[in-house]
Design a binder for this molecule. Structure first.
Ligand SMILES: *Cc1c(COP(=O)(O)O)cnc(C)c1O
Length: 415
């Protein structure tokens, strides 16, 4: 385990800590490492990642997790999950290089973009990473020419209209085209080792898993008629992350378990994988930002029956990170993040309408509108919780602007 965690700078803290508790010492640390004192940064609670892993193994005992780096490719998360024995799913050469660089063996890596750059196929071949997904004929041709010993996984489309973003619009073969794709693969002499699907992020309807697992079973039987012996089922991601959605997690896990027992009973020779991203990282990361500018603006006119509380004002604050930086998930996940203040404000302070903008001045760089908060000042710090998913890329994916620093923390006990 610790072999993967070499060279990672982790703060040892009390169990049950919050970013709020650590803020003072963190600000000191930030001031020592960077010249400007007001840089936005993340605090990553690696203990939270470990807890998620343990909970997953309990809730879905037959499922082997493969963590998708596209969700958050930070070094600490990848090293921690490697240490815990997880596999990884990669959609680019950069991501695969990160996983290889810490010594994860090729059998624990899947290449999961169904539409791959040729450079990724070549790199996977050079590294012995044989598992890769596809959902179209052209992709089979690309792989047949450059990596004939690859083991392909056919990705199915799912009915993901209830998820918060709709991936099947982009990826996945429909049931109608599966037989054709399997026949083409056979002609090209390519191995098809399994089936995958992804229900989309934060899936609200667990029954989509049942339907998709049933579909996967059907396509495996189709494959068997053509002489394939498939032995992998990858049920993708889509499980919720936050503590608040724990019940939804348990419910979804129960639905998955019974669908697996029905269609892929124990001993059927099919290994089950999942690619859980948001589940692992979202609640582990908080973002700490600084207010860089402040403007008082006219209050919206109250409606005829509404009474305007005395002394209420309206402020627009600009902060030092935005949707083109660490808060891009505001657009991606369509959420309005609500900042918390480093110190709980006294309950009798007047509240004002408060909106937040990123640093760019671009109209799209809007983070939140009309929140009720006490008056804040330039230089104040704010904390955004649950910022782990789709906010941090793999280390070398950045071009140009400097990404927010990440400070890892964990209690000695969990370590
Ligand atoms: C992004 C992605 C996932 C991870 O989804 P989460 O909702 O973050 O768990 C899984 N599978 C595929 C194919 C993906 O593209």
């Amino acid at each position: 385990m610790t072999r993967y965690l070499d060279e990672l700078d982790v703060m040892m803290v009390e169990e049950g800590f919050t970013t709020r508790d650590l803020l003072e010492s963190l600000l000191l640390k930030v001031a020592q490492t960077v010249r400007t004192k007001t840089i936005a940064f993340f605090v990553a609670n690696l203990e939270n990642v470990v807890k998620k892993h343990v909970r997953l193994l309990k809730a879905l005992p037959r499922v082997k997790p493969f963590y998708p780096l596209k969700c958050n490719g930070s070094k600490g998360v990848v090293q921690m999950l490697a240490g815990l024995g997880a596999g990884f799913s990669c959609t680019s050469k950069t991501e695969m290089a990160v996983v290889k660089s810490i010594g994860v063996p090729p059998e624990r890596i899947i290449c999961t973009s169904p539409c791959k750059q040729i450079s990724l196929i070549r790199y996977a071949a050079s590294q012995g990473v044989r598992l890769m997904t596809f959902d179209n004929e052209v992709e089979l041709g690309k792989v047949a020419r450059r990596y004939p010993s690859a083991r392909m996984i056919l990705q199915l489309a799912t009915d993901d209209f209830r998820s918060s973003n709709h991936l099947s619009v982009k990826f996945g073969a429909t049931l109608k085209t599966c037989r054709h794709l399997l026949e083409i693969a056979k002609q090209m002499n390519i191995e098809v080792a399994g089936i995958s699907f992804h229900v989309g992020s934060s899936c609200a309807d667990p029954q989509i898993f049942t339907q998709s697992i049933a579909d996967a079973h059907l396509v495996m039987e189709m494959g068997a008629e053509l002489g394939y012996k498939m032995h992998l089922l990858d049920i993708g991601g889509g499980l919720p992350s936050a503590e608040e959605s724990r019940r939804r997690f348990e419910e979804t896990a129960a639905v998955i378990n019974s669908a697996l027992d029905l269609y892929f009973p124990e001993g059927c020779g099919v290994e089950i994988l999942a690619e859980l991203g948001r589940y692992y990282v979202n609640s582990a990361f908080t973002l700490v930002v600084n207010i860089i500018a402040k403007k008082e603006v006219p209050l919206d006119q109250p409606g005829p029956d509404e009474e305007e509380p005395d002394g209420k004002k309206s402020f627009v604050y600009h902060i030092n990170d935005g949707v083109y930086g660490s808060l891009g998930s505001v657009i991606f996940s369509n959420i309005c993040p609500i900042p918390i203040l480093p110190k709980k404000p006294p309950p009798d302070l007047p509240l004002h309408s408060s909106s937040f903008r990123g640093p760019t001045g671009d109209g799209l760089d809007r983070i939140a509108d009309g929140l009720e908060l006490p008056e804040l000042q330039v230089g104040d710090w704010l904390i955004f919780e649950n910022m782990g998913a789709h906010t941090v890329l793999a280390p070398s994916s950045f071009q140009g602007s400097q990404p927010a620093q990440i400070h890892y923390a964990m209690s000695r006990m969990a370590w």
